[in-house]
Write a protein that binds this ligand. Structure first.
Ligand code: ADP
Ligand code: MG
Ligand code: MG
Length: 926
């Protein structure tokens, strides 16, 4: 930055030195204030100090920045004076200004604003005389003293419990005067407040409140720069991944006054409904008010449009007469201004080609625009607005698709709490938003109870320290799952997401006592049978029952999904282990199954018994006997799944987990099992003990099982092929793909393939019929990626199992990351949780290499991904870039993946079209 570069950009009277493209330099607020001027809209004049000065302030400090900007600020103030016809610092007709923050990304309410700057005792008297409106002047002055003292002099409550000293003075005077609302104060009252404020400030700070407007101005400007680093702002930036070095701009703008009487007002408007997406102009305003009064909740704000006002009255239980008398809409009180505002809103929306969130003030019958920005919105609103703006011809199809954040589709797919009830509910605590949705139910602490109670027709929430595969049935029976331990990739979280079931995990402050069957949350103790409610999208846990409404999928949602098909080149499959899941996924547009885990079928009913028998068998003969019992059950399950996916490919993975996962570890279940098997508990326990592995995830599992016990792979292959042949008889077309897990060497794969092919041929001979099938492998051991070309000699497809691949590439045990991962994320050692967002630089490179090597050996090799990452948008974009054919994810993530796949294709295309395209940060800001 050279010392001659401009630091201040002025706007006013339909001219401006900046424009909407200059957000980086002027912040969103400043850039859009310029743009509105250029559009000829009524905007009070002012200027913006560039974000570069924020960086200079952080690095060099106060005096360096003030020296740098002083002359330009003084010139800009002079310009404002001539436009406004008054003088900064004058005692008779003072120019008053606001000092406002504004960074590149919108951070609503995160930083500080000061209004009515320039007032002191003398100019207040002068202005009161000149306007003949002393009430307005003293009201403005007391607001200024409070804001300035809080923001610049740091006079605020010491902690959250302590009262705000300014509010205390106001409350005290209200009591004395026997009034309820601020706007009932007379001019005299307000003057008294000013006096009381100033003496309090002097007492606390030891000096007089600054009366020199220039001193006030420099103080306010530096305070805005300081506010970039305040706790709120730092936290918000962390949450939203906003870089610290962006900095904030400072906007200084001539004041217009919404507090001059009943012809004045202030408000906020949206060009479309931010919560539903409906194309209706809406918003709120307050007569005779200023600044943030509307959002502060001191008075009940009124609706802008008549339609909105009527809707509000209905839901608030206010009669039409009362509404009209006490809460009339702007459309009724100031119809001409309403029309003007609506027209400006329309023009802004057309200009920015997006829904606008507008701040305005009306001063004695004249409308002034104070801010416009692309409005934040719910997932549902995103979808509706995008689709409608495409239909209205505002957006192209590609733009409409890019406007929707894939993750936000989640909100449309799960049941939601009714808003009214949620507001009244008692919050018990906070966990991790592990699986979205809303669930209310009676507390149970054991999976068996969940099943039993559910059978009795009760709705339950399963509360556990953590869950294990043994709890699966209970999880299915429960409405939602709450765990005190575990993270976003804990068993409970992963399984719940797969089922599309609400789950809150890691509620660390909760104390669960299995013995007394109680749950302690702070001072509140709940027992079994008490009602509890979970919001899986926010991680909030509530006391009692809250009614939910099922998410209904709109026509807009379907329209959006259809649009994705015109652009996506990757296919989207689902991970599904049951026909129900498969059907649900198909309804969401899944184009096959990318991962069907056969072991998940083993937990149900009689199957688990046969599985355990097989595991505990002494020898091959015993194993074969148990496998013979399993075969018909497995075949039947597979028939159901293959049928549900008629006409589409289904990838079925042979048995993967270590066998000890199937045997009971709790004494009660061991007893039960020993009885069934007709052996003593001691003998059973000894068997279980011998199965112990010190590192089971790296132990006897995956194809190591199938190669050492080939009879297991034989039975499973037989079940698959027989199921497909049986369906063929019924003229149902199937495309089974048999997938070998955990391959690390070409020989392992080759051996499994031989077993599969031999068994299949055997079955074909028995049936006198054939079907097409493929044999392929998961690439989830790093070594497999390294020798992928050799493995591709026998594998007809690769599916990247990115959960294990991440686990083994990093050397992190997925279930044990809780002890260090939070620290790593907080301290920037890792950018993301690699189990949620694919590590493109490491794991991704292995994938890229494996894909290339595989294709070099077998050009028609099919490539897919079936880890958790298959449903993560940024990971999907990466998969697109390395030429993956399909991603596979849980049923409820299918729409997200479809949209992400379309976006990946569109962005990739654009990148090729123009080098300069950057990935639209503005859209992501929503
Ligand atoms: P935020 O970024 O938190 O929205 P703003 O800088 O937009 O803060 O200021 C908050 C409110 O203060 C505005 O919505 C507007 O009502 C009021 N305000 C700001 N500047 C002026 C001004 N020059 N004249 C009148 N009101 C103003
Ligand atoms: Mg604002
Ligand atoms: Mg695996």
């Amino acid at each position: 930055m050279t010392d001659t570069k401009k630091t201040v950009y002025t706007f006013g009277s339909k001219k401006a030195q900046g424009n909407a493209q200059m957000k980086d330099l002027l912040g969103g607020k400043g850039a859009n204030l310029c743009e509105m001027n250029l559009l000829g809209m009524p905007v009070p004049p002012g200027f913006t100090i560039s974000t570069e000065m924020c960086a200079l302030y952080s690095a060099g400090g106060r005096s360096i920045v003030l020296n740098r900007i002083k002359d330009e600020v003084q010139t800009a103030i002079t310009e404002m004076e001539s436009q406004m016809g008054n003088l900064f610092g004058s005692n008779t007709e003072p120019l008053l200004v606001s000092v406002r923050s504004g960074s590149r990304a919108s951070m609503p309410g995160m930083m500080d604003t000061i209004l009515n700057l320039g007032l002191n005792d003398k100019s207040a008297e002068g202005l009161a005389n000149k306007t003949g409106n002393p009430r307005f002047v003293w009201d403005s002055y007391r607001r200024f003293i409070q804001m300035y003292s809080e923001v610049v002099l740091h006079i605020k409550p010491l902690n959250r419990e302590a009262k705000n000293p300014f509010e205390e003075i106001i409350e005290e005077l209200k009591k004395v005067k026997n009034i309820k609302l601020d706007n009932e104060f007379t001019a005299e009252d307000l003057k008294e407040i000013v006096y009381l404020f100033k003496s309090m400030v002097k007492k606390v700070s030891g000096t007089d409140f600054p009366s020199d407007p220039w001193e006030q101005l420099w103080g306010a400007i530096t305070a805005v720069f300081d506010s970039w680093m305040n706790e709120r702002a730092v936290y918000y930036r962390q949450l939203n991944n906003i870089p610290e070095d962006w900095g904030t701009a400072v906007n200084v703008q001539a004041m217009v006054f919404g507090n001059m009487g009943i012809n004045s007002a202030t408000g906020v408007a949206f060009t479309r409904d931010a919560s539903t997406g409906e194309n209706i102009f809406n918003g709120e305003y307050l007569i005779n008010a200023q600044g943030e009064d509307v959002v502060a909740g001191i008075r009940t704000p009124q609706q802008i449009s008549l339609e909105g006002s009527k809707r509000w009255a209905t839901s608030a239980g206010v009669s039409e007469d009362e509404r009209f008398e006490k809460f009339p809409s702007l459309e009724e009180t100031m119809p001409k201004i309403f029309k003007e505002l609506q027209d400006i809103g329309l023009r802004l929306e057309e200009h920015y080609r997006d829904m606008q969130d507008i701040e305005f003030t009306i001063q004695e019958g004249q409308l002034w625009m104070l801010q416009t920005r692309n409005g934040k919105r719910t997932g549902a609103a995103m979808v509706k607005m995008s689709v409608e703006m495409f239909e209205e011809g505002i957006l192209t199809e590609k733009e409409a698709l890019l406007r929707v954040q894939p993750e936000r589709l989640d909100e449309l797919l799960h049941p939601v709490f009714e808003k009214n009830n949620l507001e009244k509910a008692v919050v018990l605590g906070q966990g991790l938003p592990a699986s979205p949705g809303a669930a209310s139910g009676q507390i149970v602490f054991f999976a068996e109870d969940a099943v039993k109670w559910a059978e009795e027709g009760k709705t339950v929430v399963l509360v556990r320290l953590e869950t294990s595969p043994e709890d699966l049935k209970g999880m299915v029976a429960a409405q939602g799952i709450l765990t005190a331990r575990g993270g976003m990739t804990s068993h409970a979280a992963v399984v719940a997401r797969g089922m599309g079931k609400c789950c809150v995990s890691g509620a660390e402050s909760f104390r669960i006592n299995y013995k007394t069957r109680t749950l302690k949350c702070g001072d509140i103790e709940l027992k079994e049978g008490d009602w509890i409610s979970l919001d899986g999208s926010t991680g909030k846990i509530y006391k009692g029952q809250i009614t939910t409404t099922a998410a209904t999928l709109s026509g807009d949602f379907d329209a959006l999904m259809n649009m994705t098909d015109n652009h996506a080149t990757m296919k989207v499959r689902t991970n599904a282990d049951t026909p129900q899941d498969a059907e649900a996924a198909r309804r969401f547009g899944a184009q096959g199954i990318g991962l069907c885990r056969t072991e998940h079928m083993f937990f149900e009913g009689d199957k688990i018994k046969a599985v355990r028998e097989m595991i505990l068998a002494e020898d091959k003969v015993g194993r074969n006997a148990a496998l013979a019992k399993l075969l018909p059950m497995q075949r039947q399950d597979l028939e159901g799944i293959l049928w549900a996916m008629e006409g589409l490919p289904v990838t079925i993975r042979l048995l993967d987990p270590p066998l000890h996962e199937f045997v009971p570890h709790e004494e009660a279940s061991q007893k039960e099992m020993a009885e069934e098997m007709d052996i003593s508990v001691a003998v059973l326990q000894e068997k279980i003990r011998t199965m112990h592995e010190s590192n089971p995830m790296l132990g006897h599992r995956g194809c190591r099982l199938g190669n050492t016990y080939p009879e297991i792979s034989e039975m499973q292959t037989r079940a698959i092929i027989e199921a497909a042949l049986n369906l063929k008889k019924a003229a149902i077309k199937t495309f089974p793909e048999i997938m070998i897990p955990l391959t690390g060497t070409p020989a392992e794969m080759e051996m499994q393939k031989k077993i599969v092919n031999k068994t299949a041929e055997q079955v074909f001979r028995e049936y006198g019929q054939r079907i097409d099938y493929k044999v392929g492998t998961m690439i989830e051991v790093p070594r497999a990626a390294l020798v992928a070309d050799k493995i591709a000699r026998s594998a007809e497809f690769f599916s990247f199992g990115t959960n294990d691949l991440t686990q083994m590439t990093f050397g992190y045990s997925r279930d044990d990351t809780g002890k260090f991962l939070p620290f790593y994320l907080e301290n920037g050692i890792l950018e993301n949780d690699p189990f949620q967002v694919l590590d493109q630089k490491g794991v991704g490179q292995l994938m890229k290499m494996a894909a290339a090597k595989g294709l070099s050996e077998r050009p028609d090799l099919k490539l897919g991904i079936c880890g958790e990452h298959g449903g993560d948008p940024s990971s999907i974009e990466f998969c697109h870039s390395i030429g993956i054919d399909y991603v596979s994810c849980s049923p409820f993530r299918v729409p997200i993946a479809r949209l992400a796949a379309a976006q990946a294709a569109i962005k990739n295309h654009k990148q090729i079209e123009s080098e300069s395209f950057n990935s639209q940060p503005e859209l992501l800001e929503i």
